[in-house]
Design a protein around this ligand. Structure first.
Ligand code: FAD
Length: 352
């Protein structure tokens, strides 16, 4: 059976919910399809000690401030999951869970959304599938020869699982630094980064990142020089656990190795480090496989957009994947504005 609605939102994490909030305000009929059985998107799956890099009030979706977490300035992931579950309920967002979208096809004046629970026809689609389901691992020689365990950020949980092991953490971004800090003192740690770690000033948190991303977008839109945005400030937010580990000298990084061996990693200068486990904190790619059939243009796994709208398929909007779909749109505070713009454009399209 094929069901019909005005808008199908694919993904029920924070981005899908922000889209739902604005669609509802504009009186547009929609459904949100989410592959997971429970609310919270990627926040359900992070490591145990993860803390937001902004206080609660600066980590809020449109319409409703995130309440503070008692006793914590920077809330944990479980607090975000509870907030998102409450948000969804409060605004009565129509989320269908346990529904995985396999493909989106063009069907005359509709887009046909194929799922493992039947099909939908929609006049527009918002894709908000995030990146968590597409971990990226770089091609490094010897990855198959290494006999130990290899994890990605998405599989790491806590230091207890790796107690007493020799662990190599790869990556100089926030995930790499936070996981290295989590492990420091609990395992025999080697932290490896492509360039020396670049910490943001200790007093800078997610608020400043949001401001920097917004200023950069405005400058680019006005044809001014690219000031580098967030990247110009540094790579690592010095959240308290990272700051503490760094300040007592537990976070010293080595440069990137050039290959894996059977029992560890090796550098070009002939030095090596044995390892039981390597944790690749090497980022993500957007989860966009469901659009393969539409053959949309794009580079680096992206789809070409103006704002959130696909250039080649104007009935399709992309939300929350990164700065390419709106300044700081992959953050709680940043996704509200592009979600509003996407909903407004869609309202214009379906009411024209
Ligand atoms: P997700 O949360 O990944 O939700 C996407 C949903 O879509 C999921 O439920 C998924 O199952 C579903 N889905 C995927 N494919 C399909 C499909 N084909 N069919 C149906 N459903 C599908 N942001 C902040 O604001 N503050 C922070 O402190 C912060 N810290 C972060 C720390 C880490 C380690 C990471 C990785 C990110 C952090 N972020 C932070 C960034 C950001 O908030 C998250 O990445 C956020 O989860 C993105 O939300 P989303 O809704 O776009 O994607």
């Amino acid at each position: 059976m094929t069901r019909r609605t005005d808008v199908v939102v694919i993904g029920g994490g924070q981005s899908g919910l922000a889209a739902g909030y604005h669609l509802r305000r504009l009186g547009i009929e929609f459904v949100i399809l989410d592959a997971q059985e429970a609310p919270g998107g990627a926040w359900q799956h992070t490591w145990d000690s993860l803390r937001l890099f902004s206080p609660a009030a600066y980590s809020s979706l449109p319409g409703r401030l995130m309440p503070p977490q008692p006793g914590e300035v920077y809330p944990d992931a479980q607090h975000v999951v509870s907030y998102l579950a409450d948000y969804e309920k409060r605004y009565e967002l129509p989320v269908e869970r346990g529904v995985s979208v396999g493909a989106v096809q063009c069907d005359g004046s509709f887009l046909q959304v194929e799922t493992d629970c039947g099909a939908w026809q929609a006049r527009a689609v918002i894709s908000a599938t995030g990146t968590w389901t597409r971990p990226f691992l770089p091609a490094v020689p010897g990855r198959r020869e290494f006999q130990g365990r290899q994890l990605h950020t998405v599989q790491y949980r806590n230091p207890e699982e790796l107690a007493g092991q020799r662990v190599v953490v790869v990556g100089g971004g926030n995930s790499g630094a936070q996981i290295a800090a989590d492990l420091a003192g609990n395992v025999d740690l080697t932290w490896v980064t492509q360039r020396p770690p670049r910490y943001l000033a200790d007093d800078i948190d997610g608020r400043a990142l949001f401001d920097a991303a917004t200023a950069r977008r405005r400058a680019l839109d006005a044809g001014r020089t690219d000031n580098g945005g967030v990247a110009s400030l540094g790579d690592i937010v010095a959240v308290p656990p990272v700051r503490e580990a760094r300040d007592v000298g537990l976070l010293t990084a080595r440069p990137m190795f050039d290959r894996l061996t059977e029992d560890g990693v090796a550098w070009p200068d002939g030095t090596s480090a044995p390892a039981d486990t390597i944790i690749w904190c090497t980022g993500f790619r957007p989860a966009l496989a469901h659009f393969a059939g539409l053959r949309l243009r794009g580079t680096r796994g992206h789809i070409a957009t103006i704002g959130t709208r696909s250039i080649d398929e104007p009935r399709l909007h992309l939300l929350g994947y990164g700065d390419w779909t709106g300044p700081a749109s992959a953050t709680l505070i940043g996704v509200g504005r592009p979600a509003r713009e996407a909903a407004r454009e869609i309202a214009g399209l379906i009411r024209s």
